[in-house]
Write a protein that binds this ligand. Structure first.
Ligand SMILES: CC(C)(COP(=O)(O)OP(=O)(O)OC[C@H]1O[C@@H](n2cnc3c(N)ncnc32)[C@H](O)[C@@H]1OP(=O)(O)O)[C@@H](O)C(=O)NCCC(=O)NCCS
Length: 166
């Protein structure tokens, strides 16, 4: 069944926390070392809602299959129209095109909310699917940072991708 893409609510956050925890604990897709709990996700959702930025979930067969949001790229006010996107799918939901649906809707809603430039920060290991997903959505490479993170006893770099919404 085609997933429904909709705004996240507090009732989704336990599933969101569970999805992110999987990648924090077992992958370098995120540089986070300790997974935030549901209360921390509630703060995040409230902050993004207050700022007017989209936080979406993909729901399939009554389950949260993934989530995506945009938030400020940098806190200084001159960066106000530049956002960073985040997208994570339940491992069982990857490889089915759900990422593309979720990202397309996220970018539409980010544009409507006033975003002009979107940055994706992609860790350089285990992230081929994310690179492919973002490039297909029109992101282009904006630079690389080497050895900026350390996880699982390895130094890791990031690739920055950028898309203009104008
Ligand atoms: C990144 C993510 C959101 C992509 O969404 P998705 O719906 O799973 O996307 P897909 O699995 O269809 O992958 C997109 C493309 O990458 C390709 N791909 C996936 N893994 C690959 C790999 N290891 N090598 C080469 N290509 C790969 C897929 O084949 C697909 O191309 P296709 O449609 O031609 O087959 C999802 O895989 C995910 O949540 N991954 C883990 C978390 C993560 O990395 N988040 C992004 C942080 S920046």
């Amino acid at each position: 069944m085609t997933p429904v893409i909709r705004a996240a609510t507090g009732a989704d956050l336990e599933a969101v926390a569970g999805i992110y925890c999987h990648y924090v604990a077992g992958s370098t897709a995120t540089f986070e070392l300790t997974a935030p709990d549901t209360a921390a996700w509630a703060n995040k959702l409230a902050g993004l809602q207050e700022a007017g930025w989209p936080f979406l979930v993909a729901e399939q067969d009554g389950q949260v299959a993934g989530y995506a949001y945009v938030g400020p790229w940098r806190p200084r006010p001159a960066y106000a129209a530049t956002v960073e996107d985040t997208i994570y799918l339940d491992p069982a939901a990857t490889g089915k095109g759900i990422g593309a649906l979720l990202l397309a809707e996220l970018l539409d809603q980010a544009r409507e909310a006033g975003a002009r430039e979107v940055i994706a920060v992609i860790a350089d290991a285990e992230s081929t699917a994310s690179l492919v997903l973002h490039r297909r959505a029109g992101f282009t490479e904006a630079g690389r940072l080497e050895r900026v993170g350390r996880k699982f006893d390895r130094w890791l770099g990031t690739t920055l991708l950028q898309k203009s919404l104008n």
